[in-house]
Structure formats: C-alpha cells, structure tokens
Design a protein around this ligand. Sequence first.
Ligand code: SF4
Length: 241
Amino acid sequence: MAGSSPCSVSGTPTFSCVSHGFVANFSGMAIKAPSISKLVTALRKTYPDAHCELNFTTPLELLIATILSAQCTDKRVNMVTPALFARFKTAADYAAAPPAELERMIQSTGFFRNKARAIQAACREIADKHGGRVPDTMEALTALHGVGRKTANVILGNAYNKSEGVVVDTHVIRLSQRIGLTRQKTPEKIEADLMKLVPREQWTMFSHWLIWHGRRRCYARGPECEPCELARLCAKIGVEK
Ligand code: SF4
C-alpha cells in the first residue's frame, strides 16, 4: 500500500508505505515509522518532567521571557524576569516604560537595546490592536513586531496549549539532523519535516525533549553517545565515531 501525495503542511511530495511502515519525503531521508514511536517513547521515559524552562505565569510573561532568551540562557532570563514581571504587569505598562529603565532591567541578557525595542513594539501592538491580550493564533502572533514562528510556537504550545507547529531552536536543529529526522538546514524546512513525522499531539513535548537532551547529553561539542538513551535509535549523522 504505497502512494505519493503532496504533504498537507509543506506541499512537498511524500511517499508512504503502510505495509512496510515507513514515511519518506523527497527532500529528506526515509524514516521508519516505528522509529518515531520508539524515539518518542525513549524521550518520554528519559525526560518525564520535560517542560519549558523559562519561568512564566501568563502568555505575556512568556512572550517577554522568550524575547529575552535570544542569545541568552534560560537560567539568566529567569534571574531577570522576577523583578521585570513585578514592575510591569500589562502590555501597556511595557509600552509606556521609559526605554532606559527597561534596558537597565534586562541588560544582563545581552542585546538589551534591541530586546527592549522589540518588547515595547510588540507590547504596543498588543495593547492597541488586541485589547492587551497576547493573541493566540499563529497569524496574529507572527504579525507582531519581532515575533517569528519559533516564538509564536513557544507561546501557542506552552501558554495556550495549542499545537500549531514545532519549536525549532539551535538544539532541535542539531539533534534532528544528528538523529536522522531531517536533512534540511533551515528552521522552516526542519519544522515542516518534524511536523510530518511526529504526531501532532506530541509537537510541543517533542521540542522540549530534544531541547532537554541537547542541554544534558547531545551537546554541540562532545555529544555523549556511549551512554546516550537514544543511541540505538540515532543515526549519529555528522558525529565523529
Ligand atoms: S547517540 Fe549521540 S548524536 Fe545521537 S542523540 Fe545521543 S548523544 Fe546525540
């Protein structure tokens, strides 16, 4: 039972064979379908408590924390946000803040002038166009100043519990390529491959699992393949043996 059809997500031609249990796309490599379920099982077992490591209690707080996390560790962001969230409660508060004060409060996260500008511009739009509520659709989120698909996926998946895509950050890029889930290089194309392979209900957790594994085992330099919980499932593409 094999056939080809355009993928509903990317439009890429796909080829599948139910009898032999694989899916493939013409832009990437063939992945045995059972491998995905084994991978999900292994990741869930290894990281049963995986979650977004940015601290937040509202969609607005998560948006601010995600903007701050660019080129910065979540740990550092979490050191900065308690004072920030106590000082500014609403999108209008951020929009009206004296730029110098906001910059000073987020300085240690790096690129603080750009980040302050991005926070204020996005918050101004949220206050003016969305009644102060962070929007909960991909279209409206990505229309906000400085909010790309990755940030929108973080907000939708973690603050609104909506699966619209897979968060593709530096860890997800590296691990997806090493494990053999994609041959693509750009976040957009990697996300499209992952959306085809991973069941939709797992999209948010799948990126958490890969991010946790990237931070704890599959480092950019010196991945710990020998004791790795995924070793038997991983193609180890580009990893020195
Ligand atoms: S086997 Fe190596 S390359 Fe594969 S996920 Fe584990 S640490 Fe990363």
